[in-house]
Design a protein around this ligand. Structure first.
Ligand code: TYC
Length: 113
């Protein structure tokens, strides 16, 4: 860039300040982290209650809920869904509150995927 008759000379035209040079900024799209919601087994929560929790808060069919409940019962825990941080946090709070209100020791937690 030369300094023509209509340009003031008070902006230094050094490297990085030349309007004739085009630069591209690579903006890598960042996906938000996902969180697994886990249901934990215990010896006291009734099986039907767990099935109801999975239907009510995770939108599963009765058959799917029964399968997942049995997996938790046999293996100790299962992932019941994968969500954004805020949604996972809400699901965990809803399950924990519902279990507490019914005086069952059912535990639900979340962990980063
Ligand atoms: N183990 C419980 C029982 O035998 C049933 C159960 C299943 C409890 C899944 C919690 O997350 C759970 N009544």
């Amino acid at each position: 860039m030369t300094i023509g008759p209509f340009m003031m000379a008070d902006t230094p035209q050094g490297p990085g300040n030349d309007s004739s040079v085009l630069t591209k900024t690579k903006s890598k799209t960042q996906r938000p982290p996902l969180y697994k919601v886990l249901l934990l087994n215990d010896d006291y929560t009734p099986m039907e209650f767990v099935v109801h929790v999975l239907e009510r808060f995770f939108g599963m069919s009765h058959a799917q809920s029964f399968d997942i409940m049995l997996t938790v019962h046999k293996k100790g825990l299962a992932v019941v869904g994968v969500f954004s941080f805020e949604v996972a946090e809400t699901k965990v709070a809803q399950v924990m509150d519902f279990a507490r209100r019914h005086q069952h020791p059912l535990q639900c937690t979340m962990e980063k995927e």
